[in-house]
Write a protein that binds this ligand. Structure first.
Ligand SMILES: [Fe+2]
Ligand SMILES: [Fe+2]
Length: 190
């Protein structure tokens, strides 16, 4: 009997994982540079936020890489390209990047991965998507404080989940709200 079962195609999801790996690797590198710039500008709290976010993006990149390897592929070689400007411009660039990821990029990638039933891609895209929603809010709060001349009132400690990159500006409520990792495992930035 002819097999009429639909064969699911993960080709687009593999390309999306490669694209997301580039995006997260670039974000990690540029946030590290933006952190250094904020430190030089005397914005210690914004420097810590960028440092924590840089680490979270590195976790996302590594998770995307693992998902690619499990699918028998690997990321393409590339060099991250970005420009360091004023801390205010750097914050705006971060807000723009996170906004694109949460409104356009990850929702599309997740939809495609779900249609193709690529379980590990759905998980890694969701970890990043949920984290970037928080990053967007944290960067917007930092921009508001900077504009109001109240940078010193921003949080000075951030905690990053080693598994999914989730980022807290408060104590972690027992376990990670995204992946369930215990609070004690979180990486502290201050
Ligand atoms: Fe982010
Ligand atoms: Fe987590």
């Amino acid at each position: 009997m002819e097999n009429t079962k639909t064969i699911l195609d993960n080709t687009k999801t593999i390309l999306d994982l490669k694209d997301a790996f580039k995006g997260e690797t670039t974000a990690s590198a540029k946030y590290a540079a933006y952190s250094k710039k904020a430190q030089e500008d005397g914005y210690k709290n914004i420097a810590v936020l960028f440092e924590a976010a840089s680490h979270a993006e590195k976790i996302h990149a590594n998770n995307h890489k693992k998902a690619l390897e499990e699918l028998g592929d690997k990321p393409d070689d590339f060099n991250p390209e970005f420009e360091v400007k004023s801390t205010k411009d750097n914050l705006q660039d971060a807000i723009n990047g996170e906004t694109y990821e949460v409104t356009t990029m990850y929702p599309g990638f997740i939809e495609t991965a779900k249609a193709a039933k690529v379980r590990n891609a759905i998980v890694t895209f969701n970890y990043a998507f949920k984290t970037e929603m928080k990053h967007k809010i944290l960067f917007e709060a930092a921009m508001d404080s900077l504009n109001a001349g109240k940078e010193s009132e921003l949080p000075s400690v951030y905690r990053v989940c080693p598994l999914c990159g989730n980022t807290y500006e408060t104590e972690v409520p027992g376990k990670c709200g995204i992946c369930g990792e215990p609070a004690g495992d979180f990486i502290v930035f201050k």
